[in-house]
Design a protein around this ligand. Structure first.
Ligand code: BTN
Length: 254
């Protein structure tokens, strides 16, 4: 599926045919001492999952992978890596899709093309008990050859092929992502969150526009004005600003 020659020495590629979840497998390997850069990719998953325990339907033809990192940073900085990954993934998709497509990062962890979800990112971390990250697993699913029908998902979806890049495969998109991610991760380690935040905001879905966000106890609304230093979504309403740390940006009519 993936051409191992296309990956730098940072990555240790493990290719599987079928697995429950590449992220569960990466976490299992992390606990067993696997090194940073371990990259699990599978042709299909039988128990793929997304945020908030939702399932991630995983037929052959799409891309499913999880990357193990050991960034050695405080747990509080872990969410920043969602933005590193989603900006790199958006850039990778922009490099293969027709130039007229609009690729956007939807807070906190999706990539959209023309307002439709093409990829989702799931971050799972293991702390070492002292507030530092022991391991972080970034799990990514990208619709390459197919996407779920509208009635099966919360947010209308699309795929790389449906958007016109029919020559691309799971392996080719993975290789592009890995090149861009390695650079972006290195920059984050060297320069911190600020450049990442700027890059992500450069592609942010509905920045400067009203949004409704489903949160644990209801819905909050406001104009999306930025990201706070820990990656929270900053909303402004009636001259007041507040940060949302977890939630789902709901589909908008306009
Ligand atoms: C989301 O949109 O909620 C995130 C979806 C993440 C799905 C990917 S597929 C590869 C990896 N393995 C999983 O079980 N989940 C992630």
């Amino acid at each position: 599926m993936a051409d191992a020659a296309g990956f730098s020495g940072f990555y240790h590629l493990i290719e599987l045919d079928t697995v429950g979840s590449t992220s569960d497998e990466a976490r299992r390997l992390a606990r067993a001492g696997a090194t940073a850069g371990t990259l699990i990719v599978a042709r299909t998953q039988t128990a793929g999952h997304g945020r908030l325990g939702r399932s991630w339907i995983s037929p052959p033809g799409n891309l499913y992978f999880s990357l193990l990192l050991r960034p050695g940073c405080p747990v509080s900085q872990a969410p920043q890596l969602t933005f590193v990954a989603s900006a790199a993934l958006a850039d990778a998709l922009a490099s293969v899709l027709p130039a007229e497509r609009t690729i956007a990062c939807k807070w906190p962890n999706d990539v959209l093309v023309g307002g439709r979800k093409i990829a989702g990112i799931l971050l799972e971390s293991e702390a070492d008990g002292s507030g530092m990250l022991d391991a972080l697993v970034i799990g990514i699913g990208v619709n390459i050859a197919s996407h779920p029908p509208e009635e099966a998902v919360m947010y209308v979806a699309t795929s790389v092929h449906a958007e016109g890049a029919i020559a691309e495969t799971a392996g080719s998109v993975l290789a592009r992502f890995c090149r861009l991610f390695e650079t972006a991760y290195g920059e984050w380690q060297e320069n911190g969150f600020e450049p990442v935040r700027a890059a992500w905001l450069g592609r942010a879905h509905r920045l400067g526009r009203p949004v409704a966000v489903g949160v644990e106890d209801g819905t909050v609304a406001g104009v999306f004005v930025g990201l706070d230093p820990s990656g929270g979504m900053v909303l402004e309403e009636g001259g007041r600003r507040r940060s949302i740390l977890a939630g789902d940006v709901l589909a908008s009519a306009d």
